[in-house]
Design a protein around this ligand. Structure first.
Ligand SMILES: *[C@@H]1O[C@H](CO)[C@@H](O)[C@H](O)[C@H]1NC(C)=O
Ligand SMILES: *[C@@H]1O[C@H](CO)[C@@H](O)[C@H](O)[C@H]1NC(C)=O
Ligand SMILES: *[C@@H]1O[C@H](CO)[C@@H](O)[C@H](O)[C@H]1NC(C)=O
Ligand SMILES: *[C@@H]1O[C@H](CO)[C@@H](O)[C@H](O)[C@H]1NC(C)=O
Ligand SMILES: *[C@@H]1O[C@H](CO)[C@@H](O)[C@H](O)[C@H]1NC(C)=O
Ligand SMILES: *[C@@H]1O[C@H](CO)[C@@H](O)[C@H](O)[C@H]1NC(C)=O
Length: 735
């Protein structure tokens, strides 16, 4: 699987870099959106497509505009703003040029398209970097001001783009399909209650979601970071394409149930971004708003009629005072992929319904196959009974996994929907979805905690029903740390509250996020809850990545006012850090996907001593053999029917991994002498390679000599750790 994974990524990378390269060679700058920055009076624009080609130094345009006012003398000023820098700010009195041909401004319909080569002197003004950096932040503004009165007669803004972006279809498809592939492998592995891959699947989706959620705060993100985070919008189940039927249906539903907010459109959302934010990066753009108030009532009438005329032609008026601007956070994020702000929750809700339908189909299909097996007597009798017993807990386990995947999207967007004053039906659905997801996630937690309260943590592993149904919550943790899943849920819930309800202050949001992330890292460093040290390191690594990323995001707080270019650089750095974290998770997934199973088989047949020499063996914690699903009916019996454990009265079956017939020669299987528990420091990691010593942050104990070049088999290490638990429990018996 790993080789196919690597090949897939290589293909995706090659394609995307080819696309980027070919585009960079073409090198063009074009207008990606056009809006009026003041109500149109003199100049009406229907279309304004201009593109500059570096290769042949030419400008192609396709413009349709008309000037309607008679007898006005204007001066034109042209302003270009790129990353907050203004390389062009010129004002021309139109009466002074062309022998006064434009004075007064002629009434004229201009419709035309052409490609003209510019004189050589102009080309040098474009720095070549403008053609190759993704998500260029720039716009051009043309203002016509009446000579004498100083009234703004026309103001048009066009955003510039070079066509490159960190939002890439290829990335979406690669990450999405790899996640889907992981899901299928995890479905297979989840037949064994202690398999690692289902946990890693949740880790992976969690990582994608955390990147996506990090772009939902009220911050002035560089466009490139929002584009990057949009690659993972699918993990929040925000699916959309141009003008699709789902958004149309939601528009209709909202319109029929009292929704007054803007509909989804298929046009670019960048035109509606608040002018103070990227890519406009401009406070001066609001300066034109002063002239709006100075319009005479007579002028207003013409404005209204021309507005009507204009809106049919799809060029909107966006000023700092109009109510159609998109504010930072969820509005910009979802609108960029053509989902209206007020449609966001319903999009999540409908995707959830589709997911539920798929899950029901799979569950039903499994049930039918089971039924058919019973009916026609396929397979051995005892196997059938075993499968039937395991089926209902398996469904519960996957329901819980799906619920925890959908927890963040539903809670975030349901909360956000409550802050909008829109369709009552959306709000009703959001309340239903919120209650549903809360009960789906909280009920298993309550069951687990109540079971432990009634007896002791070991019940989580001895009770086969609990283990198979709700093991998702705790099997990756030590029995004594079973409760460590609770902070994850609380943090996800708090983040949703922060995103939705504290959206007035970006600073507060990012600081609260930082506190939560730091708390999660301390949860891992102090409690070291995982069964293997590799899992602790892995979890701490992801946590630290998020702390660093959240910390860097402080630079996006509007009131701090970091300049656009450093902000852009930080956005790129964040994208790179997150990409590395994602690659590490994929690598870890590949190691846990069962590929080393083949290794194990070969080893077992070739030599018995090789179990300590393979470099891959440190990564397998999944239960490999089929007949070892621990259940009260088949207590720790190996395939030959012999009791594997000669001293069962000493060995409370805390952890099914103890009981698996991995290595009959393993001497530690029954020795609970204290010396073996000292090997706690010498566990190998789950990365499959030994990490340098500086990775061993050890606030609670000092590492021993053996930790550097350790090759202890994984089962021994988990054993030694669990046997330490046993000793702890034996020496502190419950009252
Ligand atoms: C200019 O735009 C119009 C309308 O979008 C389109 O029909 C026409 O083909 C375009 N012309 C060129 C040369 O691209
Ligand atoms: C505009 O300028 C022309 C030439 O300078 C002048 O003849 C005309 O009266 C001016 N019109 C207005 C409305 O000022
Ligand atoms: C452009 O230059 C003019 C003076 O030439 C100045 O008044 C104006 O503020 C400048 N525009 C911006 C956005 O800086
Ligand atoms: C420009 O075209 C519009 C229709 O698109 C028409 O109503 C108007 O009279 C035309 N103006 C001129 C000066 O030709
Ligand atoms: C310049 O190149 C572009 C694309 O390569 C082409 O569309 C355009 O027509 C060319 N312009 C001229 C003036 O040759
Ligand atoms: C949204 O679209 C629906 C129909 O699709 C329409 O009835 C409603 O008026 C639109 N709402 C807005 C604010 O444009």
């Amino acid at each position: 699987m790993f080789s196919s994974l690597a090949r897939l990524r290589a293909i995706a990378f090659t394609f995307s870099s080819l696309a980027i390269l070919s585009h960079a060679l073409e090198g063009s700058l074009f207008t990606s959106s056009v809006t009026y920055c003041a109500p149109p009076e003199t100049l009406l624009i229907q279309q304004f497509d201009v593109e500059y080609f570096a290769a042949n130094n030419s400008v192609s345009f396709n413009i349709s505009a008309e000037s309607v006012d008679s007898n006005v003398n204007v001066s034109a000023s042209m302003l270009v703003n790129v990353f907050g820098i203004q390389p062009v700010n010129i004002t021309i009195d139109l009466c002074g040029i062309l022998n006064g041909a434009l004075c007064p401004l002629p009434q004229y319909n201009f419709t035309g398209s052409d490609s003209i080569t510019l004189p050589g002197s102009i080309s040098s003004n474009f720095p070549s970097i403008a053609f190759i950096i993704p998500d260029l932040e720039g716009y051009a503004q043309l203002t016509l001001t009446e000579v004498g009165t100083g009234d703004v007669k026309a103001c048009v803004q066009a955003t510039l783009s070079n066509g490159l972006s960190t939002h890439q279809r290829a990335v979406e498809w690669t990450t999405g399909s790899l996640t889907l592939f992981t899901l299928f492998v995890a479905l297979w592995q989840s037949c064994f209650p202690t398999a690692i891959l289902p946990h890693r699947l949740l880790d992976l989706v969690n990582l994608f979601q955390s990147v996506a959620v990090s772009a939902l705060l009220n911050l002035n993100y560089p466009v490139t970071y929002i584009s990057y985070a949009l690659n993972f919008a699918w993990s929040l189940s925000l699916f959309s394409s141009g003008d699709d039927s789902m958004q149309g249906a939601i528009n209709n539903m909202r319109a029929l149930t009292g929704g007054g907010l803007a509909n989804s459109t298929s046009s670019s959302a960048v035109a509606f971004v608040n002018r103070k934010l990227s890519p406009f990066n401009s406070d001066s753009a609001s300066s034109s708003s002063g002239s709006i108030s100075s319009l005479s009532s007579l002028a207003k009438r013409t404005v209204e009629s021309s507005l009507l005329h204009i809106q049919q032609r799809d060029v909107a008026v966006v000023t700092s005072e109009s109510d159609n601007v998109l504010s930072a956070g969820i509005p910009i994020y979802v609108s960029t992929i053509n989902i209206a702000t007020a449609n966001a929750f319903m999009t999540v809700f409908l995707c959830t319904l589709i997911l539920i339908a798929n899950a029901l189909f799979v569950f039903g299909f499994g049930w039918l196959s089971l039924f058919a097996m019973e009916r026609y007597g396929i397979g051995r009798e005892d196997r059938r009974i075993q499968i039937r017993r395991a089926y209902s807990p398996w469904i519960r386990a996957w329901t819980l996994r799906l619920s925890s995947v959908m927890f963040t999207p539903i809670v975030v967007f349901a909360f956000y929907q409550w802050t909008l004053n829109d369709s009552w039906l959306s709000i009703l659905f959001s309340v239903i979805a919120f209650l549903g997801i809360m009960s789906a996630v909280c009920y298993p937690c309550i069951v687990v905690i109540r079971s432990v309260r009634r007896s002791e943590p070991s019940v989580l592993y001895t009770d086969s029903f609990l283990l198979k149904s709700y093991g998702t919550l705790y099997t990756q943790y030590l029995p004594s740390r079973y409760y460590i899943f609770l902070p994850l849920i609380i943090v996800a819930f708090s983040k949703a509250i922060i995103v939705a309800f504290i959206s007035s202050s970006g600073m507060a949001q990012v600081i609260l996020f930082l506190i939560l992330e730091i708390a999660l890292v301390f949860r891992v460093l102090l409690f070291r809850p995982h069964k293997t040290r590799g899992a602790d390191i892995f979890s701490a690594f992801l946590g630290i990545v998020r702390v660093v990323c959240t910390g860097l995001m402080i630079a996006f707080v509007q009131s701090i006012g970091v300049k656009p270019i450093p902000r852009y650089a930080i956005g790129l750095v964040l994208a790179v850090i997150n990409s590395i974290a994602i690659l590490v998770v994929f690598f870890n997934l590949a190691l846990h996907s069962g590929i080393q199973r083949l290794w194990k088989r070969r080893e077992a047949t070739s030599s018995s001593s090789s179990s300590t020499s393979s470099s891959l063996q440190g990564s397998s914690n999944i239960m490999l053999e089929k007949n070892v699903t621990p259940s009260p009916e088949y207590p720790s019996s190996d395939p030959f029917g012999r009791p594997r454990n000669p001293t069962p009265e000493r060995n409370v079956p805390l952890d099914p991994e103890i009981n698996q017939p991995y290595s009959p020669s393993s001497p530690t299987a029954t020795t609970t002498d204290y010396a073996s528990t000292r090997q706690r420091d010498s566990e190998s990691t789950n990365f499959g390679s030994v990490l340098p010593r500086r990775w061993s942050f050890t606030p609670l104990h000092t590492p021993t000599e053996s930790s550097g070049l350790d090759h202890t088999p994984p089962f021994e290490s988990t054993l030694s750790r669990t046997s330490e638990e046993q000793i702890e429990q034996a020496s502190h018996p419950h009252a």
